[in-house]
Every structure is written in structure tokens, then in C-alpha cells.
Design a protein around this ligand. Sequence first.
Ligand code: ADP
Ligand code: MG
Length: 213
Amino acid sequence: MPITVEKVKEFLQRATEVLKENREYLTELDSAIGDADHGINMDRGFQAIMSRFPTFEGKDAGTILKTAGMALVSTVGGAGGPLYGTAFMQAGMALQGKYEFTLEDLVKALEAALKGIMNLGKSKPGEKTMIDAIAPAIEALKKALANGADPVKALEETTRAAEEGMKATIPMIAQKGRASYLGERSIGHQDPGATSSYLLFRTMLEIAQKQGS
Ligand code: ADP
Ligand code: MG
């Protein structure tokens, strides 16, 4: 069953709620190794996406995601806004013109998003960032699809990998962003960006489960 543009909109709406619910949690994580604003940033950014919602009417998934990315870039400062903004814009470009798409297309969009983050952040896996949740999640999704998993099962495995990747940031030494200023003192803390990325994958799964597809 294809993923429709309606599901993309539902994802953005639900993600806005989830990030609002986790605003304090994300900010607390960022207060340990950053500047205590990640929850505030994500909440503000997704509220901005919601304010663009009326313009999504009749638009394809690519245009919607690009608009969402631009909303993030233009309303959220620091590292998180431009990185997530780029990710959504790249995903949007990969889905340009599509009103419905497959999980294979979703893999391509996620890969484009990850590449965008890595290029802008000059970062790679293992540096205690959002990449440590996103990269293993994409690998798990590809593996699940290659093994013929149904969509919900595939997204369950994706979400599990994102969660494991998020937890794997705890013992890492931060090498990018503000947390890197702490050096070894960043050990023992979960990365806020990896946590918000996990929450976004979990939201994707939730939407898929709800649709029963
Ligand atoms: P800021 O660090 O500017 O306050 P946020 O608090 O919103 O921005 O986001 C911090 C998160 O951004 C980190 O937890 C990390 O996951 C991610 N991040 C920071 N720098 C990079 C980078 N160079 N590459 C990838 N992700 C990064
Ligand atoms: Mg911060």
C-alpha cells in the first residue's frame, strides 16, 4: 500500500504534538551537554510548520516537506534548525511531485536527508549526534524491506534501530556541536538530537500502525 500525502501531513501534525509533549525532556537532555534549548527549538520549529499547513492543501509530498524544511530553517537558530531543515528539504526534493510513494521511496528520501545533515554538519556516525539514530534506522529499514517485511514490521525495526542508536550515544564522546566543547565530560549523557530523531521515527511508526498499512 502506498504512503499518501495525507499520511505525510498526519506525520507532521503528530510530530508537532510529540515534540511539544517532549519539550521539557529534550531541553533537559540539552541542558546536560548543550545550551538547554533543543526541546524549545524543535517545538518552535514544528509550530512554524503547522502555521504553513493551509498552504499544503493540494500539494505533493515533496513540496510539503520542502516547505516544512524551510519553516525550520527560518524559525530555528543554532545547529538543530538548519540541520533538520536541510534534512526535510532534501527529503522533499527526493519526493518531488509525488502524491503517493513506496517505502523504497521513503528510503531514498531518508538517505537524501541524512546526506544533507552529514554535508552541512560535516559529521558522520559515531560523533554523538542525531546521525547516530538516523543512520542505523535507515539501514534497518533497508534490511527489513530486503527481507520482505510488511510496512508496519519494517517501521518497527526502523524505530528499534533508532532507539538503540539513540541509547548508543550515551557512552560516546561528543565530537560535533556544542556538546563537543565538553570533551570527555559529554560521556554518560544521551544526545538530544538523536533523541528527537528517534521520536520522529517512532511517530512514523505510529502513523503506519494507525492506518493499519
Ligand atoms: P544548538 O546545539 O545550536 O543549541 P540544538 O540544541 O537544537 O542546537 O540541537 C543540538 C543537536 O544537534 C545535538 O544534540 C546534535 O544531535 C545535533 N548536532 C549538532 N551539531 C551537529 C553536526 N555537526 N552534525 C550533526 N548533528 C549535529
Ligand atoms: Mg541546544
